[in-house]
Design a protein around this ligand. Structure first.
Ligand code: ADP
Ligand code: MG
Length: 254
């Protein structure tokens, strides 16, 4: 079985006014279908650059990226757009909702961009309603974003990310603009999606947020400096970062 995501020696060099900035430096990473990965690291460590590559929004300068076994560098612009729309759901820190349309209409948008398998208006409405149900917000279908709290807006954005039934959800600091309690709620929503089998890669610089994931990958200066799996994972338990877990690991190894 091949991994959902396979990065091999992926580098990204930006040209910043004649100056070369190495944002990613030979990153190799495998992520299996069904994983929940927190991508961590200080500001400037390359997290967003990596997410852009994973989301087929940008290409590596060097190295290979296989998504579901397909080398995305072989795909043309339109094929990449289809992958972004139908196989990947994006969630952002600032929600990125259209303010003049209802929650339900925001969620329907990715369905309108489909090139293949166009759907009837009725089917679209039904799929948007189902996505809204997955994030527990059915009673707010007709509300506009400014009539919703930050946490509710992020739920709508997550529903929009889900509506095409993606295998992979990429979330770049989805709780960055939310208070602690609301962040916990959003992480619970992401966990419930992961339990349904959706692969999640989440960028955060907060350990409190990352502990909801099952695996934490840390970047520093564009390189992976640690990659830890939470064994004995339980919600609310910072398993991968606790010294108790590390000690336990050492004892098992002995
Ligand atoms: N479009 C760009 N042009 C030039 N440099 C960039 C660009 N995007 C990011 N960088 C640089 O690449 C490095 C990694 O940035 P980024 O991936 O945004 O880090 P993070 O998301 O971890 O804060 C930083 O040094 C940043 O300044
Ligand atoms: Mg960033």
């Amino acid at each position: 079985m091949s991994a959902l995501i396979q990065l091999a020696g992926v580098s990204k060099v930006y040209d910043s006014g004649g100056l070369a900035v190495q944002a990613l430096d030979e990153v190799s990473l495998h992520i299996e279908a069904g994983e929940f990965v927190a991508l961590m690291g200080a500001s400037g460590s390359g997290k967003s650059t990596l997410m852009n590559i994973l989301g087929c929004l940008d290409r590596p300068t060097d190295g290979r990226y296989l998504l579901q076994g397909v080398d995305v560098s072989d795909l043309d612009t339109e094929e990449l757009a289809d992958i972004r729309n139908e196989q990947i759901g994006f969630v952002f820190q600032n929600f990125h909702l259209f303010s003049r349309t209802s929650a339900l209409e925001n969620i329907e948008l990715p369905l309108l961009y489909r090139h293949q398998r166009r759907l009837s208006a009725r089917k679209q409405r039904k799929m948007a309603q189902e996505a809204l149900e997955m994030v527990g917000l059915t009673d707010r279908a007709d509300h506009h974003p400014n009539q919703l709290s930050g946490g509710q807006q992020q739920r709508v954005a997550i529903a929009r990310a889900l509506v095409n039934g993606p295998e992979l959800v990429l979330a770049d600091e989805p709780t960055g603009n939310l208070d602690t309690r609301t962040s916990e709620e959003i992480m619970a929503v992401l966990q419930s999606l992961n339990r349904r089998g959706i692969t999640i890669v989440l960028v955060t610089h907060e350990a409190d947020v990352a502990r909801h994931a099952r695996r934490a990958v840390t970047l520093r200066d564009g390189r992976v400096t640690s990659d830890e799996l939470a064994f004995g994972f339980a919600p609310g338990q910072p398993a991968w970062q606790s010294t108790a877990t590390m000690k336990l690991g050492a004892e098992v190894a002995r």
